[in-house]
Ligand binder design. Structure first.
Ligand code: SF4
Length: 748
């Protein structure tokens, strides 16, 4: 049986970074970029949204950050000659990995109706094509404007303004598929859908619970913060169906101990929970806390700052202790001893931080699970206390900033009022479509124009066959992209690819060199300045693309000064300052080293902008996914050589998987029961509502997953995730708990 490594990072990560940079952008171009990544005068890493410390290390990046930068600054280019060589049918047979390795897009490319090759067009013709299809719509909601989390604040603000000027709130974004459940739960309970901790709080915590998250691959610099906390005496609990190397031991290459020594053990208590068992765990933990006697609860905080404690406590007290614990053991796969050890660690802590990611947010009961975590922290008074709080860790560099800028299909009236007042128009009020609803609308032929600002929509979304078929029902699909991906191959009747500048590219406009701003996972807004000249003259910044298109579509008499915005981004920030709360003196503060923190009332002053004006305890019915006999619960996940749908390589070093991605990790005991030999090939079949979905030709890898649970990479297994399998309230695809059976290998 293969198994996870016992430690993460170390020299292999440094070597891997340099090797990757050398192969893609070359050391001459790449090394200076590594010195600028995440630095005060540098650019923000286009990877995840982990924050920077005030005092940055000269190498303030991780291996996956280096890969993201290398991929963006690659010397390889995809121009007209490439598309002349490759027809759509030919590209359709290529893997996502192959497409991504072809290089940076340099020219606007158009795929006309009935054509089988993209051809180059100039920007004016590209805007004409889009304007023609938008003008042909019988209503604005026949268009949808998707955003991936890489889009900077300035472009995001103008993008939503453009869509709303057109008359639609159809603004699906990648957050719909990741932390929408966090936003929904936190919005209801503490009044703001964002984490309440700063980096200093992680360092100062007594106890850090990391649930449903794999920082070693998805937020690697978080390991540095966890190591620092450990050095200050913190204890760490990891709750995960998989024993991940990154949470076992961290070999920090920025320290002698990490380079030459043993590194730092991180996890004190590993709870190998069954997929989707977190709600049962946290609700039982809260039940035990309520009974833990004197000092277990922060009564003063509960009385002064919360609402609904009595109802919550009564609900948690229901039932017989033994039955509740037995049921919790069944749902979690954990023992009473393990649960009581967790209780003891919580009781011993004066300051607790709970961190989480997709392992909590992509389940049917994701929102109740996160609400139960908030219940835990409210019981202990761990909101608005230094060293304590909620910490949903965002997986894309500006996904939180995009939401702050108005990228949401259901922005509150106060935002739309301010936007309308600032730009003298009536923004649409009916809520628009999120990602899953956009695919449903495409499927029903209700979307004529699909516009994507970055991302790889058809690979990031669930139910691949249904989504690709839905995308093909559009009249026009437009992708603003830096690199080639599958969404450029699965197109509407007509399609456009518009080449954009990346974070590493210098952005010069009429007003001179420009910088953009981003917001990290902890609400810090800071500047990002490109460092290298872009490869192609025809590549444009996201801001310039939106402004050029808006002027063409909305016409010369549109009151929005698009050209002024394109010339000088300070002018965009001046407007953001007047529409979005918390951005006072935006241009000055964005220029400060490290930028500025956005206000967070629960963290800053223990005031809770909820319907009750208090932090809300909630009563959550305990549920968990069930697989049934002869089936397992599959979670889709990333390999270590992957960032979202971008595949950097075919290895997953920390899990001991190499040279391939069509693998399924299965516990040996489950494999024996199911007759799945290690190394054998099989098909995965998901079952939903009487319908089967098949992912063929997966190699079985015996792996120490939690019993009853399997794991495999996306996007290869997104085909198994039914479009209608979504979380309550947040409508997020339940990609972390899919019921699958195993059948004989039908081959590729
Ligand atoms: S931790 Fe995230 S933001 Fe930081 S360098 Fe790595 S990928 Fe980039």
């Amino acid at each position: 049986m293969r198994g996870p490594k016992h430690h993460a990072v170390g020299i292999p990560a440094v070597a891997g970074s340099v090797r990757f940079v050398g192969a893609q952008s070359g050391l001459k171009r790449g090394l200076p970029l590594l010195r600028a990544i995440n630095q005060v005068e540098g650019f923000d890493c286009p990877g995840c949204a982990w924050p920077e410390p005030d005092h940055r290390h000269p190498a303030e990046f991780c291996e996956n950050g280096a890969k993201a930068v290398a991929e963006e600054s690659t010397r390889r280019v995809v121009g007209p000659e490439f598309f002349a060589r490759h027809s759509i049918d030919d590209l359709n047979d290529k893997s996502g990995y192959w497409l991504g390795q072809q290089g940076r897009l340099t020219r606007p490319m158009f795929l006309d109706e009935d054509a089988d090759h993209y051809r180059p067009v100039d920007w004016d013709e590209a805007f004409d094509i889009i304007a023609e299809d938008l003008a042909a719509m019988d209503e604005p909601d026949r268009a949808a404007f998707y955003t991936s989390g890489r889009t900077g604040n300035e472009a995001a603000f103008l993008y939503q303004l453009f869509a709303r000027r057109l008359g639609t709130n159809n603004l699906p974004d990648c957050s719909n598929m990741c932390h929408e459940s966090s936003g929904a739960a936190l919005g209801e309970t503490i009044g703001i859908g964002k984490g309440s901790v700063r980096l200093e709080d992680v360092w100062a915590a007594d106890l850090i619970i990391v649930a449903g998250q794999n920082p070693g691959t998805n937020h690697p610099r978080m390991l540095t913060a966890l190591e620092k906390a450990k050095r200050s005496g913190a204890r760490i609990v990891t709750v995960n169906p998989l024993p991940e190397a990154g949470m076992r031991r961290f070999k920090n290459p920025q320290t002698a101990r990490g380079l030459a020594g043993r590194g730092t053990d991180l996890t004190d208590l590993f709870l190998q929970i069954k997929v989707g068992g977190d709600l049962a765990l946290f609700s039982t933990l809260n039940r035990l806390l309520l009974r833990a006697g004197e000092g277990a609860l922060d009564r003063d905080f509960i009385d002064r700052c919360t609402h609904g404690f009595e109802e919550f406590a009564a609900a948690r007290a229901e039932g017989d202790d033994d039955q509740v614990l037995a049921e919790t053991e069944r749902r979690t796969g954990l023992t009473r001893v393990e649960i009581e050890r967790l209780l003891a660690m919580v009781l011993a802590s004066k300051k607790t931080v709970v961190c989480w990611a997709m392992g909590l947010t992509q389940h049917k009961h994701a929102v109740p699970t996160i609400r139960e975590i908030v219940n835990l922290l409210l019981l202990r008074g761990d909101i608005g206390k230094p060293g304590a709080g909620v910490c949903p860790v965002r997986g894309h560099s500006n996904v939180q900033g995009d939401r702050t800028m108005g990228i949401w299909e259901k922005m509150p009236d106060r935002f739309l009022d301010a936007l309308g007042a600032e730009f003298h128009f009536k923004p649409p009020r009916d809520h628009g479509l999120d990602t899953v609803d956009t695919i449903r609308a495409m499927r029903e032929g209700r979307i004529r124009v699909f516009f994507a600002m970055g991302g790889n929509f058809v690979s990031a979304t669930p139910d691949t066959e249904a989504t690709e078929a839905a995308m093909r029902r559009c009249r026009l699909t437009v992708h603003v992209s830096t690199k080639l991906n599958r969404s450029h191959v699965v197109t509407g009747t007509r399609a456009l690819i518009l080449p954009a500048l990346g974070r590493t590219d210098i952005d010069i406009q009429a007003g001179g060199p420009q910088f953009v701003t981003v917001e990290d996972s902890m609400g810090m807004v800071h500047a990002s300045r490109g460092k290298v000249p872009p490869f192609g003259e025809e590549m444009r910044s996201e801001v310039a693309i939106i402004c050029g298109l808006a002027r063409r579509v909305l016409g010369g008499d549109d009151t929005v000064p698009w050209e002024d915005f394109a010339a000088d981004y300070d002018r965009i920030r001046d407007r953001i300052e007047r529409v979005v709360p918390g951005f006072d003196d935006y241009n000055a503060r964005a220029r400060r080293p490290g930028g500025f923190a956005l206000p967070h009332a629960p963290r800053d002053e223990r005031s809770f902008p909820t319907g009750t004006g208090k932090a809300n305890f909630t009563v959550n019915e305990v549920t968990s996914p069930e697989a049934g006999p002869g089936r397992l619960l599959l979670q889709t996940l990333r390999s270590h050589d992957q960032f979202n749908t971008t595949i950097y390589g075919l290895d997953d070093r920390y899990r001991g998987v190499h040279h391939g991605r069509r693998v399924v990790l299965v516990n040996p005991a489950d494999a024996d029961e199911l007759g799945l030999a290690d190394g054998a090939y099989c098909d995965l079949v998901s079952e939903w509502d009487g319908q089967d979905r098949r992912a063929p030709h997966f190699k079985v890898v015996h792996y120490p997953t939690a019993r009853g649970c399997a794991a495999a990479y996306y996007p290869e297994t997104n085909v198994l995730v039914p479009l209608d399998a979504v979380a309550e309230t947040s409508n997020t695809p339940t990609s972390k708990s899919i019921v699958v059976r195993f059948e004989g290998d039908s081959g590729m």
